[in-house]
Design a protein around this ligand. Structure first.
Ligand code: PEP
Ligand code: MG
Length: 586
């Protein structure tokens, strides 16, 4: 018998909020598939069976797409389109067919062999977005295997709506399943694998559903129907909670709900600290629909527009004209508010033309040929983007931002290329703003240490804490095995942030922060205390950060921030962060 003893399991926070409810375990890990030989005469039938399964998978996904609620903030449809496209891709349609006829084996086995080959390629990748495509392959392949094996659909069960108010636990969830489950009223997600950058995590944040991922050991301890509390903020779950604990979390949940409703009133209010300092609060966007979300929360512009999405899930990179139109659309949606377009930040070993790289990736892809390094090597990739951004600047308030700069040589090369593109545009009779601000992300420790040198050549800086923390503490940001070391309060990180802010101040250029740290209201007062004046955050986090800014007295925050900077022990820093966040403390 399962004894009733309350215990806690730690994972990684993917979406904040509290849920209390019963667990629904979704079982759809890798299917056990074995090899069966078939007679040459059966090959045709086996191929037809495979094609039928592909068709059914497509129909299922199209049906899911039709059910997406129209007001969904993130472009969920795009995720499902990715899976639909994969179902058309020759890697999944032709390769297994060829394998069936050459090796005289069953369709399930042919598909499994192809899946393993594709996954091996993607596993060697570093870029979080592209790495999630490995998960996409598994999701799509599992869907086909389930149909081939005639297994029931995941998440079908006891009653008409078995998922209502349930806390769904799965090894991992497909974006499509996630949309469906959200539609069925689930109250939280828990997954055994996957980091906070997975599509499921992105969706959970977009749907505002509490989610904890990377719960490695949880499968062994959780049972269907068990009562669980999900603390999305801390990334933990409490199994079999006692009454006192339930009451405590119910109170916290009510408080969070109350605050969320109250915050809606802040949409149009100015962003000013209690001692009268105006702060710039902008939004991070990547998909066109994020623009809508950003406008809805009243963002004063876009501090980070990640252009990578435009280059993904396609065979050829977008040309200048297509990029121009896409950027213009984004800028127009903001109705005159400034938009900071970041140049391409694709990773090391993945091909921008969407083809699968033949060679395995470098052994340290995060330290490899990514972002501006790749762009400076592949001018044919970089120039059309530079030209497109310049052209959008002609009549719109656009800023260009360069990611991953690590030395001055790279910056000088970029500035030279921009000059060349300007000359070409002039010759072509195409308009641009010759004074378009050009800035850089400070996300490599070398750049933070030398921020003063960069600041002299640039119009603004923006601190990318996601990468800055990864490189400073030497922890892969997508490896959930080391995520316990991911610490925005590490003195080394705080010193680098402080150095960057000071460097900007000295030269007289603005310094923003656009990494996830800027969007966590836990750190707002600390960052203001360190002198940060510009924040760019996920649209869903914007009002919470705005409230934290409005409630901060910078003079007081400065003193507390210096105490945190001097604190060495984690426990001391944690209690100082609690202290700085007390009402009236700063
Ligand atoms: C960062 O590194 O903090 C950042 C904002 O960029 P990205 O997460 O896209 O690498
Ligand atoms: Mg980055």
């Amino acid at each position: 018998m399962h004894s009733s003893v309350m215990f806690t399991i730690h994972g990684v926070s993917a979406s904040k909020g509290i849920a209390i409810g019963r667990v629904h375990i979704v079982d759809h890990g890798q299917f056990e598939v074995s090899e069966r030989s078939i007679k040459p005469a059966r090959v045709k039938n086996e191929i037809a069976r495979f094609h039928r399964a592909l068709r059914s998978a497509r129909n299922e996904l199209s049906a899911v797409k039709d059910k997406i609620p129209p007001d969904t903030a993130t472009d969920v449809g795009a995720f499902i389109d990715t899976h639909l496209l994969m179902l058309e891709d020759s890697a999944l349609t032709n390769a297994p067919v060829k394998f069936i006829s050459e090796k005289l084996c069953n369709a399930e086995w042919a598909l499994k062999v192809q899946r393993d080959a594709l996954v091996a390629v993607f596993e060697a990748m570093d870029d979080p977005y592209l790495r999630t495509r490995k998960d996409d392959i598994d999701h799509v392949v599992n869907r086909i295997q389930r149909i081939l094996l005639k297994r029931n659909k995941p998440a079908r069960g006891r009653s008409a709506n078995p998922l209502s108010d349930r806390i769904v636990f799965a090894d991992d969830l497909t974006p499509a399943d996630t949309v469906l489950m959200q539609h069925q009223g689930i109250s939280a997600f828990l997954t055994e694998f996957g980091g906070p950058n997975s599509h499921t995590a992105i969706l959970a944040r977009s749907f505002r559903i509490p989610a904890v991922v990377g719960l490695h050991s949880a499968r062994a301890y959780l049972r269907d129907d068990e009562l669980v509390i999900v603390d999305g903020q801390r990334g933990v779950i409490i199994v079999d909670p006692d009454r006192t604990t339930i009451r405590h979390f119910e109170r916290r949940r009510r408080e969070i709900d109350r605050q969320t409703i109250a915050r809606k009133r802040l949409r149009k209010s100015p962003v000013v600290t209690s001692d009268g300092e105006s702060i710039v609060l902008q939004a991070n966007v990547e998909l066109p629909s994020d623009m809508h979300a950003a406008a809805q929360v009243g963002a004063a512009g876009i501090g980070l527009y990640r252009t990578e999405y435009l280059f993904m899930n396609r065979k050829e990179p977008p040309g200048e004209e297509e990029q121009y139109r896409a950027y213009l659309k984004m800028v127009n949606a903001l109705k005159g508010a400034p938009v900071t377009i970041r140049t391409l930040d694709l990773g090391a070993d993945k091909q921008v033309d969407g083809s699968r790289p033949g060679a395995p990736g470098s052994s340290n892809p995060a330290l490899g040929l990514r972002a501006v390094r790749l762009c400076l090597k592949e001018h044919s990739l970089f120039r059309p983007q530079l030209r497109a951004i310049l052209r959008v600047s002609a009549r719109n308030p656009v800023r260009m931002m360069i990611p991953m700069l690590s030395n001055m040589q790279e910056l000088l090369q970029v500035l030279q290329l921009i000059k060349e593109c300007e000359r070409e545009l002039k010759t072509d009779g195409k308009a641009f703003d010759p004074n378009m601000p050009v800035g850089a992300m400070i996300e490599v420790p070398a750049a933070a240490v030398c921020a003063d040198l960069f600041a002299r050549r640039l119009d603004f800086l923006s601190i990318g804490t996601n990468d800055l923390i990864q490189y400073t503490i030497a922890i892969d940001r997508i490896d959930d095995e080391v995520s316990y070391l991911y610490d925005p309060l590490h003195p080394a990180v705080l010193r680098l942030i402080q150095m960057t802010i000071n460097a900007g101040k000295k030269v007289g250029i603005p310094v923003a922060m656009c990494g996830e740290m800027a969007g966590d209201a836990l750190y707002t007062r600390l960052l203001l205390g360190l002198g940060l004046k510009e924040f760019s955050v996920h649209p869903n986090a914007l009002l919470e950060v705005k409230q934290a800014i409005n409630e901060t007295h910078i003079g007081d925050a400065r003193k507390l921030a210096q105490r945190i900077m001097r604190a060495v022990r984690t426990a001391t820093r944690d209690s100082l962060i609690d202290e700085i966040n007390q009402p009236g403390a700063a």
